[in-house]
Write a protein that binds this ligand. Structure first.
Ligand code: FAQ
Length: 324
């Protein structure tokens, strides 16, 4: 038995809480069958299931444009992207299931409004430039937040995030490329890009969650290394990155206070409208009702598929048992 495992086993008899924190501090991943504090398990279920719901609900604003993509190439790319998001949702639901919650329970929490999903998906996608902007800004914010999650302390979550991040970074690049093409187009196309950036900028910054001083869970989640950086640290990195990238598009960000601060070596930026954020989080954004209704309808309309799949599985088990 490796020395550190033997040490942890010995200590766990003494104090499970201490062995758990020592493992976390030593960057040893926590696996589903390991002892863990109940609050750690609940925090992970909350975050991973909300993350999974975000991926699934996040398919809706983009799915809206599959039938209206301007070319076959763009249609193929968009279909592939939306399909990737479905896959991310499924890895994440599987990771959450290892913590003892069922998929039906998670869906139930989403449909009843008990579980949250990212605020960003409650905004409408009004024109084709929104597709590029969602890829560039929304996937960009998602990656900024999720790359550190590849090192989150819970094994199944960290492993799921490795593949998710590879795909998300491709999504971001395709979004930027779509905008770059439009930004070299005619004045109407350029105006469409600027309009989309103006509408998506502030909601993208809200994706990182409330300021650190208002964040309920950050302190404990960082101690447990579920989160590796705070909401504000990640938001600042995102602003620094996008403030440079937007110049390549020849566009601007809708923030008069955005300015490089030589002393901090970061961009200063304006105040986020937190009333708008909480309004959306609490179910009153422009598309909250539409998004939840779409998910609930999909669940109800898919009942026959679940029943047929169950009947097929039961039949196979019976056949196997008879043959044995
Ligand atoms: N929206 O104490 P904190 C994507 C809630 S995936 C709604 O700071 P925490 C891919 C929070 O849940 C995007 N609610 O919370 C894609 C908590 O409420 P609760 C999703 C929010 O957990 C791209 C309360 O506020 N990514 O985009 C939001 O420590 C394109 C207090 O907040 C993830 O889920 C928000 N923006 O930090 C798909 C990443 N922010 O639960 C399709 C994993 C906060 O107590 C197309 N999650 N709240 O009722 C995380 O990193 C964290 O959960 C944070 C929030 C950073 C989101």
């Amino acid at each position: 038995m490796p020395k550190f495992v033997a040490k942890f086993c010995y200590m766990s008899i003494q104090n499970p809480e201490k062995i758990f924190q020592d493992k976390v501090d030593a960057e040893v991943r926590i696996e589903p069958k390991d002892w863990m504090p109940e609050k750690y398990r609940q925090t992970l279920i909350r975050q991973i299931s909300q993350h999974a719901h975000s991926e699934i609900v996040g398919m809706l604003p983009e799915g809206n444009w599959i039938s209206r993509a301007p070319s076959l190439k763009r249609k193929q790319i968009l279909i592939a992207k939306v399909q990737d998001e479905a896959g991310h949702g499924l890895y994440l639901y599987s990771a959450a299931e290892t913590l003892g919650i069922t998929r039906d329970q998670m869906y139930d929490q989403l449909h009843s409004g008990k579980a949250k999903y990212s605020s960003i998906f409650n905004y409408p996608t009004l024109n084709w430039a929104d597709m590029g902007t969602v890829g560039w800004l929304v996937d960009g914010a998602a990656i900024m937040n999720q790359v550190p999650l590849c090192r989150t302390s819970f094994g199944p979550y960290s492993r799921a995030m490795i593949r998710v991040c590879k795909e998300e970074s491709f999504h971001q690049r395709q979004g930027f490329e779509a905008l770059l093409v439009l930004s070299k187009g005619n004045p109407d196309q350029r105006a469409m890009v600027q309009d989309a950036i103006d509408r998506w900028w502030w909601p993208s910054l809200m994706m990182f969650g409330p300021n650190d001083s208002e964040s309920l869970h950050s302190e404990q989640s960082m101690k447990w290394k579920i989160k590796r950086f705070s909401n504000d640290e990640l938001r600042q990195r995102f602003v620094d990155m996008v403030a440079e990238q937007v110049k390549l598009l020849g566009m601007t960000l809708p923030d008069p206070d955005l300015k490089w601060n030589e002393e901090r070596k970061h961009y200063d930026f304006g105040t986020i409208n937190w009333d708008e954020f909480w309004n959306v989080v609490n179910g009153n954004g422009p598309c909250n009702k539409q998004r939840l209704d779409a998910r609930k309808n999909a669940w109800e309309a898919g009942a026959w598929v679940r029943e047929a799949a169950q009947a097929h599985a039961d039949k196979r088990i019976n056949r196997k048992q008879k043959a044995a």
